[in-house]
Design a binder for this molecule. Structure first.
Ligand SMILES: CC(=O)N[C@H]1[C@@H](OP(=O)(O)OP(=O)(O)OC[C@H]2O[C@@H](n3ccc(=O)[nH]c3=O)[C@H](O)[C@@H]2O)O[C@H](CO)[C@@H](O)[C@@H]1O[C@H](C)C(=O)N[C@@H](C)C(=O)N[C@H](CCC(=O)O)C(=O)O
Ligand SMILES: Nc1ncnc2c1ncn2[C@@H]1O[C@H](COP(=O)(O)OP(=O)(O)OP(=O)(O)O)[C@@H](O)[C@H]1O
Ligand SMILES: N[C@H](CCC[C@H](N)C(=O)O)C(=O)O
Ligand SMILES: [Mg+2]
Length: 505
C-alpha cells in the first residue's frame, strides 16, 4: 500500500509549524518508534513512560524521516518539517485515520473493554457477525485476523498507526465490519482514537494494571474513554450491570443498553441452566426472547454471552441471527481449553492471570466436585505486582494443591516473583508441602520454578476424578525470560508430559 500525503493535511488545524519557513513534504508513513522509521516518514516524538521520543529525533532523521511532530518545539536541520501539537498521541491517531483514508468510516465497529472477558466477547461477536453474513476483521490479544489472514498481535490493541494501517489493509481485503478489544493502555494512550466505534462494550473492572494506572479510579477513567468515542445517540453503549463499575457507568451514560442477571437489565436470562456441558436457557432482550445454547462454562461466561448478545442487539441484528451466531461460536483458544487424556482426569488450560479471573475460573471448576483440584500458575514480571498475593490467596482458597511456578518473568528475577506469590500463599493460610506429601490428600502449595517441570509434576500426580487447571498463559506460545522470547505452550507441554509419562509408566 503506497500512500503519500502532505504532512499539514493530516495534522489538526491547531498544529503549529515550528519555524516560519517550515516545509510541508508529502510523507510516506507515520511512526512513533525511531527504530521503525523509513525514508519519507513523519516521526511523532512522543513523551513516554520510560523516556521521551524527542531523544530519538536524530535517529529518526538519520533513517530518513522528513517531518517531526512533537508536543514542544525542537531544533531541526534545515529542510525538515516540524510541527507542534498539544497532544501528540491524539494527533497521531487522527493523522493515521486521515493518512489511510479513514478505514472504519461507515462500518459497524464494536470495541470491547473491561478487565476480563474481552477476547471471549470478541470471539462470540465474530461468530454473530458471520452468521449475519458479514466478513468481520477481529483484533485482540490472540491475533489480528480477517478470513484466512492472521497477523501476530504484539499488543492487544496496537499503536494507532499500526492499528489504522492494519485496518486499511483489512478493508482493502474486504472487511465490512470490525470487532476489537480496546485495552486500558490503548485508551489512556489514544491508540484507538482514529476508529469510528458504533458500539462499545464494558465487561467488568477488577484489580489489574495498577502498575500503569496507579489506582482503580484512573484505571476506570481510562476504560470510560471508549464510551466518549461513541456516537451520542441512545443504544451504543453496552454495559454489564452485574459488575459494580458497570452499574456506575450505566448511570453515567444515558441510553445505555444494559445486560446482566441483575434486575432491570435489558438483556437478561429468563431461565438458564449452567452445566458441565455449557449454558442453555431463554434470554430476554428488547428485541424479543430466544433460546441460548453455548458450550462455554461458568457464570462469568454467561456474563460474556450477555454482553455479546446485547452488542448484537445494539448492532440491530435479528435475534435469530444472534441465536445462531452464539450456537455456532467456536471455543476460545486457551480459555478453559480441555486437553484430552487417558488418566480419567479433567485438564484445562486457561488464561486467568488476575485474582478475579482465577477466582471465577476456580470457583466454576470447583462445582465439578473433583476428587482433588490442582492448579499450576505463576505471575508475569514487569506487571502489576499486586496480582501476586491476590492470585495466591485465590489459589489457596480453592485448590487442594497449588503448584507455584514461572509465568513470563520478563526483566524480573523469577525467584523474586515466586517468593512474593509464596508470601501471599502463607498469608492466606497455605501450607508448604514437601515433595513426599504431594501425592497424598494434604492441602497446600509447592514451588517448582521451571514451568515445564511444574506441569510435568502436576500431570504425574493426577488420579481419576482429579482436575488440573494450568493458568495464566492460555493461548501464549512463548515464555519471556529476560529479553528472550522462548517457545513455550502450556497445551503442548501438558500433552508432552502425558505422552512421556504414558511411555515411561
Ligand atoms: C506501558 C505501555 O503501554 N507502554 C507503551 C508506550 O511505551 P512508553 O510510553 O514506555 O514509551 P518509551 O519507551 O518511554 O518511549 C517514548 C517514545 O519513544 C519511542 N522510542 C523509544 C526508543 C527508541 O529507540 N526510539 C523511539 O522512538 C517510543 O516508541 C515511544 O513512542 O508506547 C510504546 C509505543 O507505542 C509501546 O510500545 C509501549 O508498550 C509497551 C511495550 C507494553 O508492554 N505495553 C503493554 C503493557 C500494553 O500496552 N498492554 C496492553 C494491555 C494488554 C491487556 O490487558 O490485554 C495492550 O494493548 O497490549
Ligand atoms: N467475564 C469474566 N469475568 C471474570 N473472569 C473472566 C471473564 N471472562 C473470562 N474470564 C477469565 O479471564 C481469562 C481471560 O479471558 P479473556 O481472554 O476473554 O479476557 P481479556 O479481557 O481479553 O483478557 P486480556 O486483558 O488478558 O486480554 C479467562 O481465561 C478466564 O479465566
Ligand atoms: N494482558 C495481560 C496479559 C498477561 C499474561 C501473563 N501471562 C503475563 O505475562 O503477565 C498483560 O499484558 O498484562
Ligand atoms: Mg484479551
Amino acid at each position: 500500500m503506497t500512500v503519500r500525503k502532505k504532512i499539514s493535511s493530516i495534522l489538526p488545524n491547531t498544529a503549529k509549524a515550528m519555524t516560519g519557513g517550515t516545509p510541508d513534504p508529502e510523507v510516506t508513513g507515520l511512526c512513533c518508534d525511531s527504530r521503525r522509521v523509513e525514508a519519507g516518514h513523519a516521526f511523532f516524538a512522543l513523551p513516554g513512560v520510560q523516556s521521551d521520543g524527542r531523544r530519538f529525533i536524530a535517529d529518526a532523521l538519520q533513517r530518513g524521516a522528513q517531518a517531526v511532530v512533537a508536543e514542544h518545539p525542537v531544533d531541526l536541520p534545515e529542510g525538515i518539517a516540524g510541527f507542534v501539537v498539544s497532544n501528540g498521541r491524539e494527533a497521531m491517531a487522527h493523522a493515521a485515520a486521515l493518512f489511510y483514508d479513514d478505514p472504519t468510516a461507515g462500518l459497524p465497529v464494536v470495541g470491547v473493554t473491561g478487565t476480563n472477558g474481552k477476547t471471549t466477547v470478541t470471539y462470540l461477536l465474530e461468530s454473530i457477525l458471520k452468521a449475519a453474513g458479514f466478513r468481520p476483521a477481529v483484533l485482540g490479544t490472540i491475533n489480528y485476523r480477517l478470513g484466512d489472514t492472521c497477523l501476530p498481535a504484539p499488543h492487544t490493541t496496537p499503536e494507532s498507526t499500526d492499528l489504522i494501517k492494519t485496518l486499511a489493509q483489512f478493508r482493502q481485503e474486504g472487511a465490512d465490519s470490525l470487532v476489537m478489544e480496546v485495552s486500558s493502555h490503548a485508551l489512556a494512550q489514544h491508540r484507538a482514537d482514529g476508529v469510528h466505534f458504533t458500539v462499545g462494550v464494558f465487561t467488568n473492572l477488577t484489580s489489574e494494571h495498577l502498575d500503569y494506572h496507579g489506582d482503580m479510579a484512573s484505571y476506570f477513567a481510562s476504560k470510560k474513554r471508549l464510551f466518549h468515542l461513541l456516537p451520542e445517540a441512545e443504544g451504543h453503549a453496552v454495559v454489564n450491570i452485574d459488575d459494580p463499575y458497570g452499574r456506575q457507568l450505566a448511570e453515567e451514560i444515558e441510553g445505555t443498553l444494559t445486560c446482566g442477571r441483575r434486575e432491570g437489565a435489558a438483556v437478561t436470562p429468563e431461565s438458564v441452566t449452567l452445566t458441565l456441558d455449557g449454558i442453555n436457557g431463554r434470554i430476554r432482550t428488547p428485541a424479543g426472547t430466544f433460546e441460548l445454547q453455548s458450550g462455554l462454562l461458568g457464570e462469568f461466561n454467561l456474563e460474556n454471552l450477555l454482553c455479546a448478545v446485547a452488542a448484537g442487539i445494539a448492532l440491530d441484528l435479528p435475534i435469530e441471527i444472534i441465536e445462531k451466531g452464539i450456537r455456532q461460536a467456536p471455543g476460545v483458544p486457551g480459555r478453559l481449553e480441555r486437553i484430552e487424556n487417558s488418566k480419567g482426569a479433567v485438564i484445562l488450560v486457561d488464561y486467568a492471570h488476575t485474582g478475579d479471573a482465577l477466582e471465577k475460573v476456580l470457583s466454576t471448576v470447583c462445582r465439578l466436585n473433583p476428587r482433588r483440584l490442582l492448579v499450576v500458575f505463576g505471575c508475569g514480571g514487569d506487571r502489576d505486582k499486586s496480582k501476586r498475593p491476590a492470585m495466591a490467596a485465590v489459589a489457596i482458597r480453592h485448590a487442594d494443591l497449588a503448584i507455584i511456578t514461572t509465568d513470563n518473568p520478563r526483566s524480573e528475577d523469577p525467584a523474586t516473583i515466586i517468593s512474593e506469590i509464596e508470601t501471599g500463599c502463607r498469608e492466606a493460610g497455605g501450607r508448604s508441602l514437601s515433595r513426599e506429601e504431594l501425592s497424598g490428600l494434604d492441602k497446600g502449595y509447592f514451588i517448582e520454578h521451571d514451568r515445564r517441570r511444574a506441569i510435568d509434576l502436576a500431570v504425574s500426580l493426577l488420579q481419576p476424578g482429579d482436575l488440573l487447571l494450568v493458568a495464566g498463559k492460555g493461548h501464549e506460545d512463548y515464555q519471556i525470560i529476560g529479553s528472550e522470547r522462548l517457545h513455550f505452550d502450556d497445551r503442548e507441554q501438558v500433552r508432552r508430559s502425558l505422552a512421556e509419562q504414558e511411555v515411561s509408566g
